[in-house]
Design a protein around this ligand. Structure first.
Ligand code: ADP
Length: 574
């Protein structure tokens, strides 16, 4: 029975009512003796609460008596050690202790007998299956109502699993980072050898292998196949003893497209050792026991290589390692495909350059003879003869052809680093003045306005090449401003630099094309493509100016016109 006292306190009461009778034996009331049993009740509920805490605890809670006999065992203890309650109660505690740690138990018992507590004692215990696990132990003495120690209760926490979980989490984070960075790094890489190396290093690290190798099949220009390989964790000589991997039975499935091979102990694999002449590991061979091989497939599905990993201990590679390496292998395949395409293009480009060089060289001789013959014919014709005009026109055209051919030869020479320069000190204002006359003659459609505000300024350089730049810029200005009628050429001194600007009022250049017009064979599409040209003039001009330690650039308003500038260092010694 519960009662509430005047002060609000609740008490458990046991009532013992005794009836009272009068003389006629009629019941006239009762006397009740009330016993306060609050303390007892609280104890019971405390017990129940304790039991439920122990039951639901995540930590194993075990008690034993002073002889070391197990007297209680909770659910977490069962989960941790594998023994059910009825299997273990009554057994000696040493059932959980590895033999070499029996001494610990003696120490624990002696401390408990001395009424001492042991906190967070890290040690190793043994499960039902014999597995050794890392735990943290807290032991407290248990006393009876007379305060006499009768045993001990232990709280056991599995720190191995906790540490393992932390380690795994950290590993996941690291792997994710490697996966991300390897993807980025190799997709930006166009050199095959360095892709192979980066992939080998990253995958070897990812799967915790002692050695890793990447063998990549390639076909050379002659159509013969050859193999490149990179290594991680082992010297090259160690792998060279392998011979070419696809010859061996173990490597065969990887290259023949059968898929990934993962073996816990390759030395026990029947395929291993059949490869003559070694019958097993060749001398000086890497001590491979755990083995993982993942094929690398191109987009078309064909195997273009294989990633191979080894470890001297057995069973080091898991399904997870396999998946990680497969993920990188897929990225590597894309990167290798790209690199291959890039190499192919580079090769074709080289061939194109070679052809241009050869063709222009071959063209030069007949065109030079043609020019000579035409000059003789023109000279021998009387001034009033109609054919004289035709011969002169033919000479003009041959002149243009000569310029084109020599431009093409210049490009080839720039490519091979052999564009010749003859440096002398020369007056650039004089050069501009002289060029202005010829330029005006050859470009009659536009008025060429020269602003040359001073005389005599000396530059150290190749005057012919500098003239080539001026001619190119003025010719372009006229060519790309068909609706305009003037081009302004201005000379100027800026600090220790001499600057020339060539301004036109033509079609202009869009901002995103501004840098590209200086590239080889680059021509702006649309408007400019109707006007003839090879797209090499600015490329050559840029090379010439740069070789003079100068700078060539352009500013332009699309549809309004462009201004090309070049700057050269002024010769301070002259
Ligand atoms: P080409 O004139 O033979 O095509 P260039 O190397 O001299 O070769 O010029 C490259 C490209 O730059 C031209 O095709 C043209 O698209 C653009 N360009 C050059 N000069 C001008 C200019 N003054 N105005 C507009 N576009 C120009």
């Amino acid at each position: 029975m519960l009662i509430q006292r005047g002060d609000g306190g609740i008490r458990y009461i046991q009532a013992n009512p005794k009836p009272r009778f009068n003389e006629q034996q009629e019941m006239i009331g009762a006397v009740s003796m009330l016993i306060d049993i609050t303390a007892q009740k609280t104890d019971e509920s405390k017990q129940a609460m304790l039991a439920s805490i122990i039951d639901s605890s995540e930590d194993a809670i075990v008690s034993k008596n002073l002889d070391g006999i197990i007297t209680s065992w909770n659910g977490a203890a069962q989960r941790l050690f594998g023994y059910a309650e009825n299997e273990i109660i009554g057994k000696h505690i040493t059932i959980l202790i590895p033999e070499d740690r029996y001494d610990e138990e003696l120490l624990i018992i002696s401390k408990i007998k001395a009424n001492e507590r042991i906190e967070h004692f890290e040690t190793i215990r043994k499960t039902k299956s014999g597995e050794q696990i890392r735990i943290s132990l807290t032991v407290s003495p248990m006393r009876d109502s007379n305060n006499k120690v009768i045993g001990a209760s232990k709280i056991i926490r599995d720190i191995g699993r906790q540490k393992q979980a932390e380690k795994r989490l950290q590993q996941y984070a690291e792997r994710l980072e490697i996966l991300n960075s390897i993807g980025q790094v190799i997709s930006a890489e166009l050199d095959i050898q360095s892709i192979l190396q980066k992939v080998t290093d990253a995958t070897t690290q990812l799967c915790g292998a002692q050695f890793g190798a990447f063998f990549h099949n390639l076909i050379n220009e002659q159509g013969e196949s050859y193999m490149l390989f990179t290594l991680s964790g082992a010297p090259r000589e160690a792998f060279e003893k392998f011979g070419m991997p696809r010859n061996t039975a173990v490597f065969h499935p990887t290259f023949s497209g059968e898929g990934t091979v993962r073996v816990d102990d390759i030395t026990k694999d029947p395929r291993y050792g059949k490869n003559d002449p070694h019958y097993g590991k060749p001398k000086g061979h890497l001590p491979v026991v755990s083995y993982l091989a993942v094929p690398v497939r191109a987009k078309a599905g064909n195997v273009i290589g294989g990633l191979f990993f080894g470890h001297p201990e057995p069973a080091m590679f898991s399904a997870e390692h396999e998946q990680l390496v497969e993920a990188v292998a897929a990225q590597a395949a894309v990167a290798l495909d790209n690199a291959k395409l890039y190499e192919d293009i580079k090769l074709l480009n080289e061939k194109k350059d070679e052809f241009i060089g050869l063709a222009s060289h071959e063209l030069r001789t007949p065109v030079t003879s043609l020019k000579g013959y035409l000059q003789i014919i023109a000279r021998n014709l009387a001034a009033d003869e109609r054919n004289k005009t035709l011969a002169n026109k033919a000479l003009d055209q041959v002149g243009k052809l000569t310029t084109l051919i020599s431009d093409l030869l210049d490009v080839t020479k720039i490519q091979t680093g052999k564009l010749p320069f003859t440096y002398t000190d020369f007056d650039i204002i004089k050069l501009l003045t002289e060029s202005s006359e010829i330029l005006q003659q050859t470009n009659p459609s536009h008025k060429l306005i020269f602003h040359l505000p001073f005389d005599g300024l000396f530059i150290n350089g190749d005057s012919q090449r500098i003239e080539q730049v001026i001619i190119n810029l003025v010719t372009n200005a006229v060519k790309y401003s068909p609706k305009a009628d003037q081009v302004i050429i201005t000379a100027d001194v800026r600090g220790d630099k001499f600057r020339v600007s060539v301004q036109d009022f033509g079609i202009g250049i869009q901002p995103d094309q501004l840098e590209r017009v200086f590239s080889r064979f680059y021509r702006v599409e649309n408007l400019a493509s109707h006007m003839s040209g090879l797209g090499i003039g600015l490329y050559i001009s840029n090379e010439i100016v740069t070789r003079h330690n100068g700078r060539l650039w352009v500013e332009s308003e699309y549809g309004e016109g462009s201004t090309f500038y070049f700057e050269l260092p002024i010769n301070t010694n002259a």
